[in-house]
Design a protein around this ligand. Sequence first.
Ligand SMILES: Cc1cc2nc3c(=O)[nH]c(=O)nc-3n(C[C@H](O)[C@H](O)[C@H](O)COP(=O)(O)OP(=O)(O)OC[C@H]3O[C@@H](n4cnc5c(N)ncnc54)[C@H](O)[C@@H]3O)c2cc1C
Length: 380
Amino acid sequence: MAFQKAVKGTILVGGGALASVLGLSQFAHYRRKQVNLAYVQAAECVSEPVNREPPSREAQLLSLQNTAEFDILVIGGGATGCGCALDAVTRGLKTALVERDDFSSGTSSRSTKLIHGGVRYLQKAIMKLDIEQYRMVKEALHERANLLEIAPHLSAPLPIMLPVYKWWQLPYYWVGIKLYDLVAGSNCLKSSYVLSKSRALEHFPMLQKDKLVGAIVYYDGQHNDARMNLAIALTAARYGAATANYMEVVSLLKKTDPHTGKERVSGARCKDVLTGQEFDVRAKCVINATGPFTDTVRKMDDKNAAAICQPSAGVHIVMPGYYSPESMGLLDPATSDGRVIFFLPWQKMTIAGTTDTPTDITHHPIPSEEDINFILNEVQ
Ligand SMILES: Cc1cc2nc3c(=O)[nH]c(=O)nc-3n(C[C@H](O)[C@H](O)[C@H](O)COP(=O)(O)OP(=O)(O)OC[C@H]3O[C@@H](n4cnc5c(N)ncnc54)[C@H](O)[C@@H]3O)c2cc1C
């Protein structure tokens, strides 16, 4: 859930499912200013009931066009962008959010669906005595509990089984997983436990019977990433954010900052992908939350900007539901090349993955034969 601040000017680059907007508070003094200027009156809307109908797309487009200046314009309607928009609008900032495709059509609908506390990061924190990794796990565990509480219709605890094939690994993993429970403290979903070989085989009969020693079961969360993302976008819209999909940012607007004399980003030129119509959306702050397309937008600001995004592709495959029990996942912590593979129940099917291979950025990535075979081999 990294969140990188201000690469240049007022552009912020987001990179996490639930990032909150750092530095937004400096805009808080804009609250309630200019509310009569435009259609969007975010500060006025915050106290209104959140269950009112969100405005139509046409109304949202009018808001985008007719608002003289937003406090915040968020580019990208994935988890990061929608999270930023909801955070901003509920702080009383006049907020706009544009997404060039459907909300959550990017990475945010293609995740492994886990709400991790980050058991592997805890291992790193301990092995390398890294306090930052520890803090990240602590925060992730807190967010995990938070998501399960605020959106129980879209998320649930999921037991995950770790098969153990060597005796010495049993106490090793057990201690690690117990520490995970301990760090979670009151946010622990359920205590982890050890399973005998026969019970483990009851859950996953296709495990290697002769080598299996037993298993450890721990709890993480699972959620519907795409629906969660959409719910956040809708909530932001209900609070008064001007929110439109099929609206692509094609260039950034600039103006000279009267205080510094330097050019700074002051909004974006947006294109309605459905009609081809273009117009400008002005904002005091522009947030770049375009995920893998981060550098494309950064280059709109400065065409010589060095790339900061290192894209890699993760592939899942979907298998029939009978490969996993309905309410338990499986984790292989050490595949043949050291990667972790999950095997998870998902909407009456089983998803297995993921890979992690360097890739070029494309709008609609497709899995390579090699990746599919890697997962199938590991699963076997
Ligand atoms: C294989 C894989 C598995 C993962 N599993 C998990 C998991 O189990 N749990 C977890 O918490 N996280 C997981 N993650 C991480 C998580 O999915 C990402 O952190 C998150 O989805 C990133 O969201 P985002 O909003 O930053 O990016 P995206 O969801 O990619 O959103 C960026 C959006 O910007 C839009 N956009 C781009 N350019 C423009 C433009 N010019 N104008 C307008 N809009 C634009 C795109 O259309 C896109 O919708 C996984 C990631 C991968 C790759």
